[in-house]
Design a protein around this ligand. Structure first.
Ligand SMILES: C[S@@+](CC[C@H](N)C(=O)[O-])C[C@H]1O[C@@H](n2cnc3c(N)ncnc32)[C@H](O)[C@@H]1O
Length: 155
């Protein structure tokens, strides 16, 4: 049987999740945005999630939520040829305006209190930041990243 050599970059996928989340409302809000903005899955690292009310679209019925115990566990289970993109205000982060989103990738956000750990940042294959000198709410930050991705890939 002939091998399928052609790739279809416009048909990529992405997942998005929060490490060590502190406020469950953020997961529900992120889940809702993720479903609407085209994510294939969302996830938590470290802390598990209990369903609550900010997900009014019942996104849990549409895209799956996975759980990983650690960032290493997440890395070990990344889909083939799919980089981990950290999202954090950091001196080494690329500004999102100039960032080309990989067709397949997984975005990792930090928690409300302490953000992504230095260790997690070093494990990300790419690191991006949003404009501004102060941190946004984590589900707002994730939603902007997904919007930027959708807008750029559409062009
Ligand atoms: C409220 S912030 C964490 C703030 C934390 N107190 C700190 O100073 O690092 C929660 C998460 O939202 C994301 N985030 C918020 N604002 C961001 C920005 N301007 N650029 C990139 N990521 C951002 C990051 O993933 C961050 O870990």
């Amino acid at each position: 049987m002939a091998r399928l050599k052609q790739t279809y970059p416009e048909q990529g996928f992405f997942g998005i999740g929060i490490m060590n989340n502190v406020d469950e409302l953020n997961i529900g809000t992120l889940w809702r945005s993720a479903y609407i903005l085209g994510a294939s899955f969302i996830f938590t690292v470290d802390k598990r999630y209990k369903k609550q009310t900010s997900d009014v679209t019942n996104a849990w019925q549409r895209i799956p939520l996975y759980h990983y115990d650690t960032v290493d566990d997440l890395l070990k289970n990344l889909p083939y040829d799919t980089p981990l993109v950290g999202v954090e205000l950091d001196d080494n982060a690329v500004e999102i305006e100039s960032f080309s989103h990989p067709h397949r990738c997984v975005y990792l956000l930090g928690n409300e209190q302490s953000g992504l750990t230095k260790e997690a940042i070093t494990k990300c294959h790419r690191l991006i930041q949003l404009p501004g000198s102060y941190s946004l709410n984590v589900s707002v930050a994730g939603s902007i990243v997904m919007y930027d991705r959708a807008a750029k890939l559409k062009r």
